[in-house]
Design a protein around this ligand. Structure first.
Ligand code: DAH
Length: 333
């Protein structure tokens, strides 16, 4: 009797096991009932009574166990918040910057470029000095820098992904063919057209006999893959400390097809990136023999490419995480 009173069950299956053990045809209680025949006549009354009591107790215990389980399940149900909306949770969408970044990976990947990454917190050497920025050169002012500490050496948030060029050239031997995506930081007032952080992709190709013509062909292929087969490019002479010669590349405005519209300010062209032949000083600073090797580099803003592709007018939208903005890119891919 004590044994039956002490029975517990955590699930309906356990209740059923108890029933089988004690009350099923081959269970313990019917077995005792079967043995009843061999009980001496004078004890039959007492033993019979006890057996019946045992059977009733077992049945009651099972019923109690079932009740407990049922009320536990009910309590668990009561934890469900019935005031919540029945609408299924909406799926997230890929961020437009990720869509464009992945497209950039695909295009350069098909030309044999692999991805290289570096830290966002950098030192002066990787962001400026190794890239041919002399200590007091005005070029450093081109990029307003967030400094983290200034002594014993300058530690800063990288202002461009060109720092990954240095990191790669310091550790790998040519041929090098990489693209380096990443976030960069500049001390700029936040507005529709500028932000204190944004994203760039840097490209670098170093080998024997790499020429400006190779650079131009690579960038033309990129522009046509990204903006359509009718896209034209033009290179304008420019200045960057780490490339010589340097250029800025425009693509024919894909909104008016080059005829001139408000978007391209009537010129028919929009600027998309900076590029050039890696300055021999940079190769030497990274331990690469500039007599044996040449190379080209380019750098572009992912926000800029995304703006052109999807006509996003306000840079701030990229970091506000407003789902009404983000969902608009659903259909695009
Ligand atoms: N680092 C430059 C910037 O942030 C972009 C750039 C220009 C990268 C020319 C290059 C390059 O590799 O060759 O404005």
């Amino acid at each position: 009797m004590a044994e039956i009173n002490a029975l517990t069950a955590a699930s309906a299956e356990e209740v059923e096991q108890i029933r089988i053990k004690y009350l099923s045809k081959k269970g313990a209680i019917p077995a005792m009932m079967n043995d009843f025949r061999s009980v001496p006549a004078e004890q039959k009354r007492e033993v019979g009574q006890k057996l019946n009591e045992l059977k009733t107790l077992a049945n009651e215990r099972l019923a109690a166990l079932r009740d407990t389980l049922a009320s536990q399940a009910e309590a668990a149900q009561a934890d469900i918040d019935l005031t919540r909306t029945a609408t299924p949770l909406p799926l997230g969408t890929r961020h437009p910057l990720s869509l464009v970044k992945n497209e950039i990976f695909r295009i350069f990947g098909s030309m044999g470029f692999t991805i290289a990454e570096g830290p966002e917190i950098e030192d002066d050497w990787h962001v400026f000095s190794s890239l041919n920025f002399p200590p007091d050169h005005p070029a450093r002012d081109m990029q307003d820098t967030f400094f983290i500490s200034r002594s014993p050496q300058d530690i800063l948030l990288r202002t461009h992904t060109s720092s990954v060029q240095t990191r790669t050239m310091e550790t790998q031997k040519p041929p090098i063919r990489i693209i380096c995506p990443g976030r960069v930081y500049r001390n700029e007032a936040i507005s529709a057209r500028a932000h204190c952080f944004f994203h760039q992709v840097e490209g670098l190709y170093i080998d024997r006999n790499v020429s400006f013509a190779d650079l131009k062909q690579c960038l033309l292929y990129f522009a046509r893959e990204m903006f359509g087969p009718d896209t034209r490019i033009r290179l304008r002479p420019s200045y960057f400390p780490f490339t010589e010669p340097s250029a800025e590349m425009d693509i024919s405005c894909h909104i008016c097809g080059g005829k001139g519209c408000p978007f391209c300010k009537g010129t028919g062209w929009v600027e998309i990136l900076g590029c050039g032949m890696v300055d021999p000083n940079v190769l030497e600073a990274c331990g690469i023999d500039s007599k044996e090797y040449t190379g080209y580099a380019f750098g572009m803003g992912i926000e800029r490419i995304t703006n052109l592709k999807y006509r996003v007018k306000d840079l701030r939208m990229f970091s506000e995480n407003d789902v009404r903005f983000l969902h608009q890119f659903d259909a695009a891919h």
